[in-house]
Design a protein around this ligand. Sequence first.
Ligand SMILES: [Zn+2]
Length: 415
Amino acid sequence: MTSNLVDRFLRYVRIHTTSQEDIDEIPSTKRQFDLAHLLVTELQGLGLMDASVDEHCYVIATIPSNISQELTAKVPTLCLLAHMDTSPEEPGENVNPQIIQNYDGKEITLPSNPDLTISPEQTPSLKKFIGSDIITSDGTTLLGGDDKAGVAVIMTVIDTLVNNSSLKHGTIKIVFTPDEEVGHGVDALDVEALGADIGYTIDGDEMGVLESETFNAAGGTITIKGFNFHPGYAKDKLINALHTMGDILLQFPRDQAPETTEKMEGYYHVYEASGSVNEAKIRFILRDFDSTELHQKMQRMEEIVNQMKERYPKTKIKLDLKEQYKNMKYQLDKVPHVIEYAEEAIKRAGVDVIRKPVRGGTDGARLSYMGLPTPNIFAGSINFHSKKEFVPVIAMEKSVETILNLIQIYVEKSI
Ligand SMILES: [Zn+2]
């Protein structure tokens, strides 16, 4: 299993699938079809003849049940999901993975970027993987384990199921999505047509992670319009959007930023500011586990913009702000066995369960509100959206084992 799993992973990360913000189409980048088409071919190669990709780049396939009709009717139809795109925050083209065999516990240097190292001091969980093989990028790109580890894990689960008829299972749906990293992973997915009862995204990071709580999220853009003029003759004429932009940036609370918050704390995050005298844009996101507090943060942004309008009456300032997703906890609390079974599956794989809130969103958060309760299980990659991303091979193997266990548990509990 291991060599197939690793081969798959290495094959998928080399395919450039970076998604892109602010595109009205799904997928946001056509290149995501390159991986989608490969996966369809591989799924058909594994015998899932209905595997297909649609115009929105959703890859969908079915593993038919191998138990009696009577029992199939009782076993919930599970859906396993992973996303094919990688984050636009770091380069994802020409990913050149390196495998460190039998990791010795020391600092890892990245061959094409010697300034970057992955150290056990900075990433304490590295120490858990002494003796395991670890895959990193060469330091010039992200690795793409988020979420190609999940894709490779699911493909290996399918491979194992179709080649071991002794592993009994109900109907299982497979979905590979585009554009998760830009928040549109399930926008065009027909959840009802999928016909699944319970979903699991395989998109969590560290080995053992099981996530059932996400942020409530909003995101927005502030557009500032100035007016350019020859600087030598600009008195009382030139309106500099950049000065207003600078002032607005100062209003974001520094003690409620991603770099100053953790655990259950929410934040304001400016992730892009650019422009010229004529026009400047600030892009930001707001996050909070508590929905009331998220709304307060949204209100605070409106207050900031209104204050700035008063301070800079000649500048045009516009705020576009909308909610992106909600905390899935409220939906998953209604079906507690979905989490209980997943915990048991992880334990049966000999792994300690790590329960923690997702300081981000998942496709599952959206799906849970579209009628498909979908917590998130680890795929094993660590340091998401970073050139320091790495994946221990054992973690991907344990993810495969966990999902196979989970599928069995659903059959056992239905007998
Ligand atoms: Zn992901």
